[in-house]
Each structure stands twice: as C-alpha cells, then as structure tokens.
Write a protein that binds this ligand. Sequence first.
Ligand SMILES: *[C@@H]1O[C@H](CO)[C@@H](O)[C@H](O)[C@H]1NC(C)=O
Ligand SMILES: *[C@@H]1O[C@H](CO)[C@@H](O)[C@H](O)[C@H]1NC(C)=O
Ligand SMILES: *[C@@H]1O[C@H](CO)[C@@H](O)[C@H](O)[C@H]1NC(C)=O
Ligand SMILES: *[C@@H]1O[C@H](CO)[C@@H](O)[C@H](O)[C@H]1NC(C)=O
Ligand SMILES: *[C@@H]1O[C@H](CO)[C@@H](O)[C@H](O)[C@H]1NC(C)=O
Length: 954
Amino acid sequence: MAPKAIFLLLVLLSFMFCSSQVITDDHQFKFFNAMKASLSGKALSDWDMRGNSYCNFTGVTCNDKGYVERINLSDWSLSGYFPADVCSYLPALRVLDISRNNLQGNFLNNVVNCSLLEEFNISSVSLRETLPDFFRMTSLRVLDLSYNYFRGDFPMSITNLTNLEELYFNEVDEMNLWQLPENISRLKKLKVMVLTTCRLYGPIPRSIGNMTSLVDLELSGNFLSGQIPKELGLLKNLEQLELYYNQHLSGTIPEELGNLTKLGDLDMSVNMLTGSIPDSICRLPNLRVLQLYNNSLTGEIPGVIADSTKLTLLSLYGNFLSGELPQNMGKTSPLIVLDLSENNFSGPLPAEICQGGKLLYLLVLANKFYGKLPESYANCKSLIRFRVSNNHLEGSIPEGILGLPHSSIIDLGDNDFTGPFPSSIENARNLSELFLQNNKLSGFLPSEISRAINLVKLDLSNNLLSGSIPSEIGNLRNLNLLMLQGNKFGSSIPTSLSLLKSLNVLDLSNNRLTGKIPENLSDLLPNSINFSNNQLSGPIPLSLIKGGLAESFSGNPGLCVPVHVQNFPICPQIYNQKKVNSMWAIIVAAIVITIGSLLFLKRRLSKQRAVIEHDETLSSSFFSYDMKSFHRICFDQHEILGAMVEKNIVGHGGSGTVYRIELKSGDVAVKKLWSKTAKDSFSEDQMVFNKGMKTEVETLGSIRHKNIVKLYSYFSSFDCNLLVYEFMPNGNLWDALHKGWLFLDWPTRHQIALGVAHGLAYLHHDLMPPIIHRDIKSTNILLDANYQPKVADFGIAKVLQARGKDSTSTVIAGTYGYLAPEYAYSNKATTKCDVYSYGVVLMELITGKKPVESDFGENKNIVYWVSTKLDTKEGVMEALDKSLSTSFKDEMIQVLRTAMRCTCKNPSQRPTMNEVVQLLIDADPCRLGSCKLLSTNKTKDASNVTKIKNQPDV
Ligand SMILES: *[C@@H]1O[C@H](CO)[C@@H](O)[C@H](O)[C@H]1NC(C)=O
Ligand SMILES: *[C@@H]1O[C@H](CO)[C@@H](O)[C@H](O)[C@H]1NC(C)=O
Ligand SMILES: *[C@@H]1O[C@H](CO)[C@@H](O)[C@H](O)[C@H]1NC(C)=O
Ligand SMILES: *[C@@H]1O[C@H](CO)[C@@H](O)[C@H](O)[C@H]1NC(C)=O
Ligand SMILES: *[C@@H]1O[C@H](CO)[C@@H](O)[C@H](O)[C@H]1NC(C)=O
C-alpha cells in the first residue's frame, strides 16, 4: 500500500514539475532552509517549510520559471547569520534587500560574486567588517551600504560599476578617511549619489560635472575642503544638492549653480563660504529650500528672491549678511521657515512676510532691524515660533500678536518696544514660552495672561510694568520660569504663586513689592528664587532660608527671620524668647513644619480621594486606557491609578508630574504627561505628539540598557498619558550635587559620568535608527541604590527617521543652560546636541556648580565660566569642586578637557559618545587601585563598574 502511494506521489510531482517547466528547485529550497535555520525573527514563522512553496513566501518573488528573482526581508527584525553563497543557490536572483535587520556572517564576500544582482540593500544591518571588492557586480543598478560600522578603506572598485544608478553610503563613520576619485565620473548613469557622513575629505573633483544623470547629489557631513567646483553647474538634471556640514568648503558660491534649473533643494550650510549669495541662485525657478547658515557670507540678499513662487525654506543664520530685506518678501512665496538670525540685517521687517499663510517659523534674532513690528503680523495665524529678540525694534506690540493661536514661542526680548502689554494674550492657548524682557513696556500686566494656560516660561523682566502682579497667574500651572524682576510692580506677592508646583526659577527682585512673603510659598522648591530689593516686610518663611537662599531676600529692610541668619534682623516675637542655639532652632522649626505639612497633606489627601471618586472625566478616561507593557511585570492599572494622589508626588518636570507608587511587586515611578486636549489638528507639536507618541513609546519600551531607566508600561487615553518606570531610590543628580542631598566623591562622580556616557552611546550608536535624547540634564540623570546612573525622561525624545534630512525634527525641547548653541536657532536636533548637554553635566560634576549661576555674569553659563579659568594652572584648580579631595586632580582635569571638547561651539568638533566613553575610561580614577584606600564601599563598586565594558543587558 505505502510504496504504491509513494510511487503515485512521485509521478504526480514529476508531472507537476514538468508542466510548469521547473528544472530543479531543490537547490533553491536548501537556501531557504538554511535561512530559516540560521536566522531568528517572528516574521520567518510564516515560512512553512513543508512543501517547496517558497515562491509563495512573503518577501519572495519568483519568475514564471520558478526561479527566485527577488528577496526582500527589509525591516523584519531578523537576527543571526545570513547564509553564504546566496547566488549559487539562487542563480536568478536580481534583487536582494535585507536592510534593517541585525545580521552577521561573512556573506558579503560571496554576494559580491553575484554578477547578475541588480539591487542590493544592506543598510542598517550592523556589519563591522571591511568592505570587499565589488568589481564583479557589473549588473548592479542600486547599491545601499548605509548605516553600518564598516571599517577600512572605501571600495574604489565601485567606480567600475558603470550600470549603477543609485549609490547610498550614509552614516558609515568608522571608515578610514577617503577621497572622491576623479574617475567617479565613470558612473555616467548615476542618478542618486549619497555619500554622507562617511569620512570623505579633500576636494570635490571637477569631473563630477560630467555625471549629468545626477538628480540627487549629497556629500554632507564630511570633511570636504577647497572650493565648490563651478562644474557642478553642468549637472542639468540636478534637483537636490547637499554639501552642508563639511566645515572646510571655502571660496565663493559659484554663479554657475544658477544654471541648474531643476534644482529644488540647495544646502551648503556650516562651511567657510565667503562672498555674496549669487543672484543667479535666487532666480532658480524651482528652488524650494535654500540653506546657507553658518558660513561667512557677506553682502545683501538679492532682491529677486522675493519673486520666487516656490521658496518654502530660507535659512541664512550665522553669516555676515547686511542691508535691508526685500520689502515684498513672502508676498508670492509659500514660506514655511525663515531664519535670518545672527547677521547684520537692518531696516524694517517686511510686512507681507506671511502672506502665503504657511509660515511656521519666523526667526530674525540678533540683527539690527529697526522700526515697528508690522501690524499685519497679528494675522500670521500659522506661526509656531516668532523670535525677533536682540534688534532695535520699537513702538508698541501690535495687539493680536501675543494671541497668535498656534504659536509656541514668542520672543520679543531685548528691543525697544513701548506701550502696554497686549491683552490678546488670552488667546494664546498654545504658547509655552513668552520673552519680553529688556524692553520699555508699561502699564499693568493684564489678568488675562492666566488664560495662556500652557505657558512654561515667562520672562517680562526689566520693563516698566506697574500695578499688581495678578493673582490669576497662579492658574498657569505649567510655569517653570517666572521672571518679573526690574519692573515697578507695587502690590503684595499673590499667595496663588504657591500653586505653581512646577516652578524652577522665580525672580521678583527689583520691584516695589510690599507686604509679607506668603508662608505657603514654602510649598515650592525652585532652584532659584529672588525677592531682593523690594519693600517686603515680616518673617521670611523658614524653609526658604534653609535652602541657602538667604541672599535672595536682601534689600528688603522690613524682612526679619525667626532665627539668627546673617544680615537679617530677628523677628520681634522670637527675639523675646530665650536664646537658643540657632541650628537647634532651625531643626526644631523644620520638624514642626514637616509634621504640620504632613497633617495638612493628610487632610488634603482625604479630600483628593473624594474628588477622584466624583470626577467623571477621570473615571471615564480610566476605562478607556490603552495599555502597553514592555517588561514582564504585572501590575494592576487600578492599583496605579488609585495611588496617583498628591501624597505620592515626588516631582514635577517640564513634561509632567512624577509619582512614586508602592506596588505589591515593588516601587515604580509613574509619570503623568501634561494632558494635551487641543482638538486643533493644525498645531505642529500636537500632530507630532499624537502620531509620534505611540511608536516612540514602543521604541523606548524596547530599550534594555543598564544605564537607561526601564520603561515598564504605558497607558494612554484621549486626555492623559501615563508612563510607568522603574523607581530610582537615590533621586536625581541635580539634587545630589546642588542640594547637597548626597556627598559624591570623585570616583563616584566619574562612575556616574561614565554610566551616562554608556547610556547615551547606546542610544546614539547601537540603535537603528539612533535616538536623540534632546534633554540631557542633571535632573534627568537618576541614581539607583548603588549610585549607578540611569538616563531618564524621554518625554520629548524623538526617534530619528532613517534618512538624511529627516533626521531632524522640529519639536521644541531642551533646557536653558544645557542647550547646544546651534539648537537655539536651527530646529535641527542632532546627536551632537546631546553631546553638548552631556558636556554641561560633566562640568557640573567637576565644578559642583549649576549650569547657570549669577556669579558667571549676565547671560553667561558654566561653559563660559570654565573657559575663563583655563588660561592658568591656578585658574584650572579654581574650577574644580572645592569640596573634593585634591588627590584626583589630574583625572579631574583630564575629564574637564573632555567636557570642553563636548561643549565646543562647532558641533563637528565635539566627540561622539563612543569617543567620550573611551576618554572617560582613560581617566578612570580607580585604574591604579587607589580608590579602595580613599573611598567607601559604594565606590568600591564603582571601581568594578568602570572596568565592565559597555554591553547592553538584553
Ligand atoms: C501558492 O498559493 C496559491 C494560493 O494561495 C496556491 O494555489 C498555490 O498552489 C501555491 N503554490 C505553491 C507552490 O505552493
Ligand atoms: C522592500 O520592502 C520595503 C518595505 O516593505 C520597501 O520599502 C522596499 O522598497 C523594498 N525593497 C525593494 C528593493 O523593493
Ligand atoms: C576596474 O576593472 C578593471 C578591469 O575591468 C580592473 O583592472 C581595475 O582594477 C578595476 N578598478 C578598480 C578600482 O577596481
Ligand atoms: C568629461 O568628459 C569628457 C569626455 O568624456 C572629457 O574630455 C573631460 O575631460 C571630462 N571632464 C572632466 C572635468 O573630467
Ligand atoms: C552657466 O552660467 C554661467 C554664469 O552664470 C554662464 O556664463 C554660462 O554660460 C552658463 N552655462 C550654460 C551651459 O548655460
């Protein structure tokens, strides 16, 4: 019976094969078997290996003879070894796309024998080897080797692949330096040449002018030098030309580029270009994007640019351009971004700049513009950022401008504006930062400001504002910075300020404020507070003095203190009591306050419970939570939601409130992001938030690294987003350093610096696509029980898009004092912005100082301050934290040097995080075993830690 059946089957099979004219697919089948065996990944489970049905597999296409022609496994999350000899098993293969996986094996050495392969994509597969010769791949039309860690020399054999139409070699930055050869021009069919961030140096060969098929030429992020060859003007099909971030390209911009009539996108930013912007370029009929920022260009903007009907993005900041702007600018162009900051432009601002109705960014900071702000700007409804600070603008602020419905930053500081504060501020529902400092605004601060409910930063300092500080200001619950100093405010301090639980900087100095300092301001814990030079009277709340803030109250003759503090009189009622040791009095008072506030909290708490039970909106969103868990950890969402009460709040950040919640399974930190309920889908931030949040959170949830805080899960509902993290018992680095909550010796600080560097290096270099944190600062560095640091708060981090220019994003992020200088004007966040912020944290660790302190001078930060200390040996010693033992001074100076490099003004001079890790390992204070002698148990751990190599614990 059985043999008969087998015979029948064989007959049947051979009949099938003959009828479809397949010769033998056994060989092909073997390759799929090999793939299935050596690769792992969920997507492969669809491949059913029973029966030879691989032509039906997802990702596989056969020709009508049953030969495999295309394999596309792009982005399948595969890992493991890709089998060798793909072309001998699959002789008809034309297309092989295995990009965006995590592959190993030396398959590349055999793939280069595939003389029939036409498309080959191995971008983002984490290969680390040297590249083989490609000269046999003569049929290749598309080659993508981007995002790998290849080492060694660039395979010049690629210049022999004359059928090539698209070549991508982006972010391959561990190669040896290499030059573009003259004979690259043999690639006459090449349409797309992307050789970016791949360690190219030297001149751009003139022969490129012969590659007339080119549509897209991108050579940015390299070390190219010399002049831009005028032969580029021969590339008549060119639509995109990217030469930015080479830093060394010099000479003038060739007029011949004006012959590229199809050119839509031209970017030559961050180079050393001189001379003026050629007229011919500004006439290009299809030009949409022109970016020339950070060069040394002079002269005026050619007036003809205003006639463009295509221009959307013009970014020229950081040059020496001068003269007046064409007054009809924006009249015919659909401008979206205009950035002319940091030049010498003068004259009036063009009135019709946002006529196109699409302008999102209008940035002209630090120029010499004068005259009034055009009334028409009040109709620029689309504006998200409006920054004209540091000019000579005058007159009153047009009524509608502060109420622009979508604007997120309005910056009119450091001008000569006069007149009243516009009450249209009540319409500014999306405004998060308002800067009007150093003008001559007068009159009252309207109470309508309390409607600008999303304000995070408000700086009205040094104007002539008078009257009272409206008590409604307490409604601005997200406020992080409130600067009202240097005005003529004459009221008492509103008690409602105590509602501003997120406040970090509060400055009311140099006004005419009277009355008492409200006792409940002790609820606030700002990092910086200043009430000096007013006419305040009565006792200073104890907890405010205890924070070492005594000098913030000077210049108020009527103020007194309950216990002895330098330069302040003792309040009469205490004075009469018997003298007690002042330390004791502080301690006793503190205990009394603590108990008092505990009782108070308890009462508040029971009230809060009642509120929660009756809050319908909360309970409705309660049940519509969409929950995602990333780690195998169980918790009951009701348990978490029930515990989100005031008593459990441990902090407020720029992006939300943090709770510590004790669960049966251990403590967790829960972050409640500020709710964003704006229905308006136009707001850019809102769109990014909604669209990006889900994927972003998933990416973050998948990250496993010992120096990155674990995200356990994520709940979301339409009005609220909760993130559940591991809880870190030793708080954040800011508190440890600046509030003196912990004493950290140098070995511990070094361990912290190294850990953070490992965490960031992982985000930047080990993930595809990389993640830019965007808000590195000491409050975002948390310490676990062993003082190991973990990077937290990706609330605003964004996952980079995979390619080139998309690797920038326009979400507003970052913290004053830590922000890389280039980021303040451009909207390009890069890994080098993180490196800068990290450098600031290093300086905090070394000096013990805050990023911004008044001692540094007006508008000066720690980077400036440190730079003033480096001239002499004594100066350098002065920069080091005095509270630390001098036995590690050499290592500290070594790290200080690294910190200086990280904070270079020029992003390209900053090291990568991988380099930083190496520099810090070299400066390990424990490498000589000296730590055991000098430090306690915890730093013995530290010496172990510093020797462990960076390995993400998967
Ligand atoms: C491929 O799938 C189709 C239908 O989905 C089926 O009819 C065909 O027999 C399959 N081919 C092979 C070789 O399995
Ligand atoms: C492979 O598939 C991905 C997505 O499924 C697609 O974006 C890509 O273009 C494909 N590659 C080729 C060479 O067709
Ligand atoms: C290009 O191919 C020729 C032979 O066809 C070979 O002699 C030459 O070395 C190759 N060039 C490179 C750079 O590999
Ligand atoms: C361009 O090609 C022509 C002919 O192939 C050649 O004569 C010329 O020298 C080339 N130009 C450059 C700049 O290489
Ligand atoms: C290109 O532009 C330059 C100057 O703008 C001009 O002299 C030249 O004739 C143009 N060449 C072509 C081929 O149009």
